[in-house]
Design a protein around this ligand. Structure first.
Ligand SMILES: Nc1ncnc2c1ncn2[C@@H]1O[C@H](COP(=O)(O)OP(=O)(O)O)[C@@H](O)[C@H]1O
Ligand SMILES: [Mg+2]
Length: 236
């Protein structure tokens, strides 16, 4: 469904992602695990079109979207919850989660259907909807940020370190919500980053490790390189 082909991303003249080769499929919950500075956020930003690739391609159902601007990626069904999720404090929670759909001119009945689907997995959202975006705890804010990403991310939802800073009970609730998505949104591809794999609460169906900008697939406990060996392919 989404194919990343030998992608390199530079930031401020430094290579931050190096020959990333990945295939992401509908229905997967993919964990991207790596320490701080490994390139997790940059990987998500590159998928969203916010960190342009120096080389390589991003193919969605075979269509080359490498140079497609970020605001048009959202219309392709990508939702993103950045680490520093920002809710607008002057708007209600409902207005916060509906706003991206309104920007994309999603019809009102479709917005209603999406809210209903989101509430199946996130029932704790319902009593928050009328409240101000400013009146939420950290854990509630993460649930709202997830809901907002789900409202536009009908095919992909990218969650940047959502478990960070959650108390254990709230982390378990968040993990339960991600597992419930497999039932309410079975075709959705969820990509969730984390620096501490144990925080993930076994939500993933697949694990990728990222180290110094190189992504490796974890296969049955072993970690296998997902790109050619350095000797087989020389880059810049
Ligand atoms: N705007 C930027 N300009 C230059 N370097 C950056 C920028 N953002 C991140 N980096 C560098 O890119 C690397 C990967 O960063 P990042 O993707 O944020 O990692 P992670 O999310 O895994 O902590 C780090 O070495 C970081 O210092
Ligand atoms: Mg990060």
């Amino acid at each position: 469904m989404l194919r990343i082909e030998s992608m390199h991303v530079d930031l401020a003249g430094h290579t931050v992602l190096r020959h990333v080769d990945l295939q992401l499929e509908a229905g997967q919950t993919v964990a991207v695990v790596g320490r701080n500075g490994a390139g997790k956020t940059t990987l998500l930003r590159s998928i969203m079109g916010l960190a342009p690739a120096r080389t390589g391609r991003l193919l969605l159902d075979g269509e080359d979207i490498t140079r497609k601007p970020a605001h048009r990626r959202a219309a392709d069904g990508f939702g993103y919850a950045p680490e520093d999720r920002v809710l607008l404090p002057t708007l209600s929670v409902m207005q916060n989660i509906v706003l991206p759909c309104e920007v994309l001119r999603v019809p009102r009945h479709e917005i209603r259907q999406r809210i209903d689907a989101v509430l199946v997995s996130l029932p704790q959202l319902e009593p928050m909807l009328a409240r101000s975006g400013a009146a939420l705890s950290g854990g509630q804010g993460k649930i709202v940020a997830l809901a907002r990403a789900l409202m536009v991310g009908v095919r992909f939802v990218l969650l940047d370190e959502p478990f960070q800073g959650l108390a254990p009970a709230l982390a378990r609730q968040y993990g339960d919500a991600l597992r419930a998505l497999r039932v309410s949104h079975p075709q959705l591809c969820v990509i969730v980053t984390e620096s501490n794999a144990s925080l993930l609460d076994a939500v993933q169906s697949r694990t990728l490790h990222i180290e110094r900008g190189a992504v490796r697939e974890e296969t049955g406990g072993a970690v296998r390189a997902s790109e050619p060996e350095p000797s087989a392919s020389h880059h810049g």
